[in-house]
Design a protein around this ligand. Structure first.
Ligand code: PEP
Ligand code: MN
Length: 368
C-alpha cells in the first residue's frame, strides 16, 4: 500500500508527526519513506510493507498529512506507475534535472584512455553547451586480456577536467561496490568539481548484491542498462532492487538486445520500448544508440545508422541519450568502430533536437 502525503509536507509539522505515529503503530507493517522532487513541488510517499490486507484504506486517508492512498500491485512497487498517471517523478542531481519529459544528452568516451583525449572531448562538449558526459573507467570486458579500464587511477584527471569544462554529471559504469567508495573519495579529494551517475552495465543487471549496495546509498543516482538477454520484466525488477534498498533515483537505459536478428547491427535495437517503460514505470528512459548499433555505417540518405536509431528513440520520447564519441576513434582502446567524431557533435546534437521537437509536436497533437 502506498500513502501519498500532501505536496511539500514538512516533516517537522504536527500533521506529519501524527500521520507517521499512526502508521508506525500498524502491527506487522514496515514503513519505507521516499521523497520525490517534481517540477514544482516535493512529494513524500510512504510505502507500507507487509500484509496490508487488513489495513483500513479510509482510516489512513483520514490522517492529517495524507492526500491519497493507493493499493499497489506486486510488480515494481516503488518505481511502477500502478495505473496512476497523477504521480509525478523526477529528481535533480548536481543542478541537472531528470524526469520523463526532458532530454539530456551524455556524449563522451566509452573508455577513458588518456588525459589528452578526455580534455579534447570535454572541451568539445563545452563548446557545444553540454553539461553531461560519459566516461568509462571500469570496463567489463568479454576477454580477460582486453583493456579493463584505468579504474581509480584515472579518476583525478577525469573529475578535475570535468570541473574545468563545466561538466555537471558524468555517467560512469561501476562493476563492484568498492568503486562507489573510490569515486566518492576522489570526488571529495578534488573538491567535488563534478557529479557522477553510477552506471550498471547490461552484464551486471542481475548482480543483485551489486544492485543492493548501490541502492543503499542515495548520494549518486543510477543509470541501469537493460539486460541484453533477459525479458523486460526481469530488467525492470532489477531496477526495483535499487529502489527497494532506498535509492529510487534510477534512469532505465535501452541498449539493444543480443540477437542474430539484429545483424548487421551489433544488437537488435529496442527503442520501441521507450513508451512501454514510461507506461509501466516512472523512470526517465535513456537510449544508447552506440552499443545498440555498434558501427559507423551510413544509409544511402547520408545519415549514419547511429543517428537514425537515436532519432527513433528520441521521437518516441526518450529522456536521455548515452552516446560514444572519440577524438581519434582509431586509437580508442574500447569500441572505436562505433564512436562518432568530435567534429560530428554539432550535427548530432541538432539532429537530436529535430527529433525532440517532433516528439513535442506529436504530444501537442494528441492533447488537442
Ligand atoms: C558501456 O556503456 O560502456 C557498456 C559497456 O554498455 P553495455 O553495458 O550496454 O554493454
Ligand atoms: Mn562500450
Amino acid at each position: 500500500m502506498l500513502v501519498i502525503l500532501h505536496p511539500n509536507t514538512d516533516e517537522s509539522s504536527d500533521e506529519f508527526k501524527k500521520t507517521w505515529h499512526h502508521l508506525s503503530s500498524l502491527l506487522g507493517i514496515k514503513l519505507n519513506k521516499h521523497d520525490i522532487q517534481g517540477d514544482k513541488q516535493k512529494l513524500t510517499e510512504i510505502y507500507l510493507l507487509g500484509d496490508t490486507h487488513t489495513v483500513n484504506k479510509e482510516e489512513i486517508e483520514s490522517l492529517p498529512a495524507v492526500e491519497r492512498v493507493i493499493r499497489i500491485s506486486e510488480e515494481y512497487r516503488i518505481l511502477g506507475r500502478h495505473k496512476d498517471n497523477q504521480r509525478t517523478f523526477g529528481f535533480d542531481y548536481n543542478g541537472v534535472h531528470f524526469d520523463q519529459k526532458g532530454l539530456n544528452v551524455f556524449a563522451g568516451l566509452c573508455a577513458v584512455d588518456n588525459p589528452e583525449h578526455v580534455e579534447l572531448t570535454l572541451r568539445a562538449l563545452q563548446e557545444n553547451n553540454q553539461q553531461c558526459t560519459r566516461m568509462g573507467a571500469y570496463k567489463p570486458r568479454t576477454n580477460p586480456y582486453s583493456f579493463q579500464g584505468h579504474g581509480e587511477a584515472c579518476l583525478p584527471y577525469v573529475f578535475e577536467l570535468a570541473g574545468k569544462y563545466g561538466i555537471k554529471v558524468i555517467a560512469m559504469e561501476i562493476t563492484h561496490e568498492s568503486h562507489i567508495d573510490e569515486i566518492h573519495r576522489c570526488l571529495e579529494a578534488c573538491g567535488n568539481p563534478t557529479g557522477v551517475l553510477l552506471q550498471v552495465g547490461t552484464r551486471n543487471i542481475q548482480n543483485f548484491e551489486l544492485l543492493k549496495s548501490i541502492g543503499r546509498q542515495k548520494t549518486y543516482p543510477v543509470l541501469l542498462k537493460r539486460g541484453f538477454g533477459i525479458t523486460l520484466n526481469e530488467s525492470l525488477n532489477a531496477a526495483e532492487y535499487l529502489a527497494s534498498e532506498g535509492n529510487s533515483n534510477v534512469i532505465f537505459c535501452l541498449r539493444g538486445m543480443k540477437s542474430e536478428f539484429g545483424l548487421p547491427h551489433r544488437n537488435l535495437v529496442d527503442f520501441c520500448h521507450v513508451p512501454v517503460i514510461k507506461r509501466l514505470t516512472r523512470m526517465p528512459v535513456c537510449i544508447d544508440p552506440s552499443h545498440s548499433v555498434g558501427t559507423r555505417d551510413v544509409a544511402p540518405d547520408g545519415l549514419m545508422d547511429v543517428m537514425h536509431a537515436t532519432a527513433q528513440g528520441v521521437i518516441a520520447g526518450a529522456n536521455m541519450v548515452l552516446v560514444d564519441f572519440h577524438p581519434v576513434p582509431s586509437k580508442a582502446l574500447v569500441d572505436g568502430p562505433q564512436a562518432l567524431l568530435l567534429e560530428e557533435l554539432p550535427l548530432f546534437l541538432e539532429d537530436v533536437q529535430i527529433a525532440h521537437s517532433a516528439y513535442q509536436k506529436r504530444c501537442a497533437l494528441i492533447s488537442q
